[in-house]
Design a protein. Structure first.
Length: 131
């Protein structure tokens, strides 16, 4: 991964990497979301997560239901596997691959604002510069 894009950056070029922080992972997380259109159609998204602590791997099983009024029109599922990192691990990976960390931010997933405060240490953004 790192070696692929490194040659494409200018010297001292900036690279921004979004990652999930292991400190903010909540095993067994369940969430549902409902979106409704003016025509009465609805999309329901049901999410359930699992976490492999040894491999630092989150698995998201997502089920989508599309409703036309009260009738099921379509349904499908997705599974996503995401590798989580700790902040020290990210700093080591960047350093080992020719980058200096400029800053690490927490991202509030509701407001999408960045902060240096570790109040919600789940969704993170690392800004690095090519050495």
């Amino acid at each position: 991964f790192w070696s692929y894009f490194f040659p494409f950056l200018y010297d001292e070029g900036i690279f921004i990497f979004e990652f999930w922080n292991v400190e903010g992972v909540k095993p067994g997380f369940r969430h549902w979301l409902k979106r409704e259109k003016d025509d009465g159609s609805k999309l329901l998204r049901l999410t359930e997560s699992g976490y492999d602590e040894e491999r630092k791997l989150v698995t998201l099983d997502i089920e989508f239901l599309v409703l036309g009024g009260e009738r099921l029109v379509d349904s499908f599922t997705e599974t996503h596997r995401l590798r989580c990192y700790s902040v020290p691990e990210i700093m080591e990976l960047f350093s080992r691959n020719g980058f200096d960390i400029v800053e690490v931010y927490c991202k509030d997933i509701k407001t999408m604002k960045l902060s240096k405060e570790m109040s919600e240490p789940f969704n993170m953004l690392a800004v690095a510069k090519k050495k």
